[in-house]
Design a protein around this ligand. Structure first.
Ligand code: FMN
Length: 178
């Protein structure tokens, strides 16, 4: 594979968080690919301590978009939200495992012409002061043993994909010992 034409590098260069979507639903075949991508993710000791809840119900997406005051409102207009949960009973590194799976979901979505954006839930609060996680847990009837890391909003991008400007490459943050 020529380095310049490497498809994964091209994907990584193009990828960006997408927060506005067309009304087009994500078709079942594409949703199946997203599910497969999640389940192919690596996890520590192969434990796979995750659960993924796919939500395409408009009312429920609206409620999930309000579980924290900032940074999640756009979920109300997304055709799909994937709630990423992990069990601390099953693995002490569920956060790492679930974060990797979420990243793989982002990249797979982008490779399929979809856009996506991470909505942080863990460590965030609902406007009432209770944890955003507890509100998501109530809405989805999740057991106490499951933690909620994030919701990944997914949909077809409404606007042009070009970035206003390319991200700054902070090579100074990489040390290469020789
Ligand atoms: C751990 C994590 C949490 C994030 N939480 C949110 C969020 O709650 N709401 C949001 O709109 N974007 C969120 N983002 C997206 C970032 O804002 C975005 O990745 C960053 O600004 C860089 O932009 P890019 O993804 O387009 O390269 C999150 C990203 C990560 C990795």
């Amino acid at each position: 594979m020529k380095r310049k034409n490497n498809p994964l590098m091209a994907l990584l260069r193009e990828r960006q968080s997408i927060r506005s979507y067309t009304d087009k639903p994500v078709d079942p075949g594409t949703i199946d690919l997203l599910k497969e991508a999640l389940l192919l993710s690596p996890s520590s000791r192969g434990i796979r301590p995750w659960r993924f809840v796919f939500v395409d119900d408009r009312d429920l997406l609206g409620e999930l978009s309000r579980v924290k005051p900032h940074g999640g409102a756009f979920l109300a207009k997304a055709p799909l939200g994937v709630v990423v949960c992990g069990s601390s009973d099953e693995s002490d590194v569920w956060i790492e495992d679930c974060s990797i799976a979420s990243t793989i979901l982002h990249l797979t979505a982008h490779s399929l012409g979809l856009g996506s954006c991470w909505i942080q839930i863990r460590q965030r609060k609902h406007e009432s002061g209770v944890s955003a996680e507890s509100v998501v847990r109530d809405l989805l009837d999740l057991p106490e043993s499951l933690h909620v890391l994030a919701i990944i909003a997914v949909g077809y991008p409404a606007g042009p994909l070009e970035r206003a400007k390319p991200p700054e490459m902070e090579f100074g943050k990489i040390v290469h010992t020789r």
